[in-house]
Ligand binder design. Structure first.
Ligand code: DAH
Length: 368
């Protein structure tokens, strides 16, 4: 800026003044033409009309104020025109905004594809679990959850598995260590099924109840193609006056048709669970061969899918300790429990349960 400072005028005659002012006018015009951004514009403004170091100030001080009195008028006129010129240049540059070149530099090509954000997708277990829950939600069931670390009381005793009962051996249990000094019923374990939430729900509210309980369960089972030590279940419980086995059959028949298609048939086989009496295993007609018999259904035409039964009066007796309204002489109910992985594997034709937990994107992408 210093070598660019306004020099003292050599002479005050008209031609010297014309020459000096014309040089400045050309300089300002050239610089204004090169303005390409808001920053350039501000720099131009400061350089020419800035209050402290603006060139017009210098011109005023060095040329106008220093002029001999007889030259004041001619310098003043030229100074005024230069000032007007520069103000005009400023207005023009501000009004037209950034130059075409600056705009072009910042432009985006809207024909290019945008930044792609990968959207997540529900895991097939979550999807199946939600689907099961919504089939029952449509029937008026609400949804409940319970703890995964459970007491022996809720997981077993209140579900009518007394201490030492052989039925406990059907669910090889992972227990929390170092609790030998606690009474058995208070000892903690990883719940082996979602059934304990039946009792937790009944303790919290009197009948009627219609609830489904999705959740994770744990068993000390070795992993193979169809078993995993951690898996998911959806439990169901319906308690009211005059609930019968027909209600159970109708409800589960509807649910299986909703999940697997309306041509699916169900049949109920006698079974045993400590917390239901009578108990049944529900089989559906094979969705792979339509019931004709194939490798998947071991040529029987039927596939076993879930357990169910009428709530055992002994279970109601435990509920009555907190909610007297669960009087087995006045109310009745049914319960059911199904494995989510098993249903997901059937619906999506998955032959290895481990695929559901491996996190392999080539597998998971098929569900996106
Ligand atoms: N809790 C059982 C299991 O994990 C499944 C089950 C069977 C649940 C019958 C029920 C039922 O509610 O009524 O093997």
């Amino acid at each position: 800026m210093t070598q660019d400072a306004i020099p003292a005028l050599p002479d005050y005659n008209d031609s010297a003044l014309d020459q000096a002012f014309a040089a400045l006018a050309k300089q300002a015009t050239d610089e204004a033409a090169a303005i390409g951004s808001p920053d350039d514009l501000e720099a131009f403004r400061l350089r020419w009309v800035g209050r402290k170091q603006g060139r017009l100030n210098d011109v005023s001080a060095r040329w106008l104020k220093a002029a001999p009195s007889e030259a004041k008028k001619s310098v003043g006129e030229r100074f005024k025109s230069l000032k007007e010129l520069i103000e005009g240049l400023l207005d023009k540059a501000a009004g037209t905004g950034p130059s075409h070149a600056a705009l072009a530099a910042e432009a985006i090509d809207i024909t290019l594809p945008g930044t792609r954000h990968l959207t997540g997708a529900e895991h097939p277990i979550t999807r199946t679990l939600n689907e099961i829950v919504s089939v029952f939600a449509a029937l008026g069931y609400s949804v409940g959850i319970g703890p995964e670390v459970e007491t022996d009381f809720y997981n077993f005793e209140s579900m009518n598995f007394p201490p030492g009962h052989p039925a406990r051996d059907t669910q090889d249990t992972l227990v929390i260590a170092s609790q030998e000094r606690r009474p058995l019923r208070d000892r903690l374990l990883l719940r082996t099924h979602t059934s304990p939430v039946q009792m937790r729900t009944m303790e919290q509210q009197p009948p009627p109840i219609r609830i489904v309980i999705p959740g994770k369960v744990h068993r000390n089972d070795a992993m193979d193609a169809t078993h995993s030590p951690i898996f998911h279940q959806v439990e169901g419980l319906c308690v009211d006056t005059n609930i019968t086995f027909s209600d159970l059959k109708g409800t589960l028949d509807h649910a299986m048709k909703a999940l697997f298609g309306s041509s699916v048939k169900t049949r109920f086989f006698p079974s045993f669970f400590p917390f239901t009496e009578p108990s049944a295993d529900v089989q559906i007609s094979c969705i792979f061969c339509g019931g004709k018999g194939c490798r998947k259904c071991k040529h029987s035409g039927w596939i076993e899918l879930l357990g169910c039964g009428m709530v055992d009066p002994a279970v109601f007796a435990f509920a009555q300790e907190k909610q007297p309204a669960y009087d087995p002489k006045k109310i009745s109910g049914f319960a059911f429990g199904m494995g989510v992985e098993r249903i997901a594997m059937m619906k999506y034709g998955i032959s290895e349960i481990g695929q559901l937990y491996a996190g392999d994107m080539r597998f998971l992408n098929q569900f996106a």
